[in-house]
Design a protein around this ligand. Sequence first.
Ligand SMILES: [Zn+2]
Length: 119
Amino acid sequence: MAWLFLVLSPTINAMQPPEQTPRQRIIELITGTRLSSYQLAQMLGIPERQVEGHLTHVVKTIARDKTRRFILNPARCHDCDFVFRDRSRLTSPSRCPQCRSEAIAAPRYGIDLFAPQLE
Ligand SMILES: [Zn+2]
């Protein structure tokens, strides 16, 4: 059946390979903690740009999951503490709009599990 998988895998995303996909690994790695895309790139051995691409899909996956919540700790300027709250993109900004510093702390991503509801 290996040939079948090789034929179908580029087009059919729903058909997961037996090993974990990068997105599944990212979800596992950031659950209960906060990591930057740089750290994730190191851990997965893939370029940071690819990590950011996967993260946008992870956000959508988690948004559909009522038991988990995606957390984005926004990027922050080291020099004036400006926080990049309004950024809708996940990539790291390169310069502070307030003081023009390039010492920007990268945004960090995480997934929290919702605690069981007490009724
Ligand atoms: Zn600044």
